[in-house]
Write a protein that binds this ligand. Sequence first.
Ligand SMILES: C[S@@+](CC[C@H](N)C(=O)[O-])C[C@H]1O[C@@H](n2cnc3c(N)ncnc32)[C@H](O)[C@@H]1O
Length: 210
Amino acid sequence: MKSWLAAQIAAQLRRPHGWLAPLMGRVMNRGNRTLYSHAIRSLQVGPNAKVLEVGFGNGSHFRQILDLDPTLHLTGIESSAEMLRLAERAFRKEIDKGRIEILSADGDLPSGSFDVALAVNVIYFWQDPHENLAEIRRVLKPGGRFVIGFRPYETLASMPFTRTEFNLRTESDWRERLQVAGFEIEREETVSAAAGELPGLVWTAKPCKV
Ligand SMILES: C[S@@+](CC[C@H](N)C(=O)[O-])C[C@H]1O[C@@H](n2cnc3c(N)ncnc32)[C@H](O)[C@@H]1O
């Protein structure tokens, strides 16, 4: 792959933008389906759960999350204006009914307000994971959980498009960073590569008691 093309793909994955954004959304939907199914299964929500998703892309999997429980409330935050627009358009009814709230990642979220936070294929774009993890910890309720879906280091490191924009970290590095940020890993799941998809990891972490 030519390096300019790899850099364009990386920039789109980090923050889909411009006329390519809707296409990127669909490409990600296809490639991340299995990882999402496993991550959503790990949410393990009860009645009236407040779920936060960070970096939801075009939100095509929102229905799967809402279907977990009719009383669940979902807040999605995104840094891409195009992805925000696509999700707002697709889920207008659910937004109007108050089941989904879609917000720009620039805004502030109230402390201690979510039962579970979800981030799929987002942590590679965090420049300062301690800051992002501290923010997730802040917005979780006591006893809340953080479900992370991501690709193994070895898989991403072999991809030409991860040479720019991505901050690749090994699994042992993530374990240490989660621990330093005050999280305890409760569960680690390995997701085998389905046809046309990459292998994945789904970890569930919870804030340690202080
Ligand atoms: C590689 S895409 C993954 C999209 C979707 N989660 C998926 O797996 O198909 C990364 C997404 O996270 C968003 N993003 C990156 N950093 C973010 C941040 N700090 N807060 C919120 N969204 C972020 C990007 O705009 C992009 O839509």
